[in-house]
Design a protein around this ligand. Sequence first.
Ligand code: ZN
Length: 406
Amino acid sequence: MKDTRTLQLRAQQAANTHSCPICRSDGVHLFMEVRQAPIYCNVLWETREAAMAAPRGDMTLGYCPTCSHVYNYAFDPSLMDYSQEYENSLHFSGRFQQYATDLTQRLIERYNLRGKDIVEIGCGKGDFLRQICRAGDNRGVGFDKSFVPDPVRDALDPNVRFVVDFFGAAYAHEPADLIVCRHVLEHIEDPRAFIADLRRVIGNHRCPVVYFEVPNALWTLRDLGIWDIIYEHCSYFSPASLVHLFETSGFETLDVREEFGGQFLAIEARPASGSVPLSAQMRLDFDCMMRDVTAFGDNYRAKVAHWRARLSALAEQRRRVVVWGAGSKGVTFLNVFHDQGAIEYVVDINPRKQGKYVAGSGQQVVEPAFLRSYQPEVVIVMNALYVDEIRQMLSALDVTATVESV
Ligand SMILES: [Zn+2]
């Protein structure tokens, strides 16, 4: 969810054995394959030609029954190269802003974060860090290799600093009462090495709360969040695999919870001094996960068949159809149906995306106001949580299109 981000994934390559990145087990169960997906869903392109020629890779999802983790067995880190153009901020949405506000308040209350020190790893443009520092009068340091200083904006938050680097041993001296890392872990090929490094950097002389947030594999599997399967995500965490990772890396779990309508998974943990027995209740996930994983492949194919038929019908009727949302869900959706020809434009409220082109499928991203003249007949919304917000905007633009949620 970071605005811009560079992750040195190549530096974290595991010995490419395809074993589970969390528990290192080899007993993986492969259950779904997507061929030639665009490598970067969140990089938009300046021209349609460049967008259509965007690099692609194969995905083979595997499930590890030992720790209940899902990962891309076919992931090839040599294809990845995050750049400054990486753009996937959700902070333009009111629904998402409300979530971020609620989260900062909850963390401040629960851990008494007032006048404290906050470190954020992979802070993007720093929206969340600025918010939690303002709300609790905290001091903040954000780390992001792709952070671009903005003197005007930065002057508004004198208690917040940004470091254009990866967080690591060189910054072990930074005080931290809370270490935050949101929507980064799923991009890292070897999350086990990443969390072990973090534990070493924290050391044994202090005890910050660590807060990690990732997409929730349970939601993706159960609610058929099939458009969330993207190449950039090496890992899909379940509560069990997230807890397994932290508890076998020197942390004790304070809380693990579903957030944002169940779409996110958050863990709150703190360094443990000795070894931690694995939380027993996590075993409950396992049977359900195996069943969901087994059903997911069939469900994926059924959903794709449904939308393929729907888009073909719309194309035959020469209806004007737009997709709303040029985030990873929208890009994945457009690419699965890139040969359907029904969809000419994709709408996004993020001005940094407007005017650019979608990787692989090549649609131009337009601002909502464009719809006033284009007058689409069908608007396909990629995230049902935003439907009300989008209906209001369409109504304000005098657009009377049918709204369909994927
Ligand atoms: Zn595992």
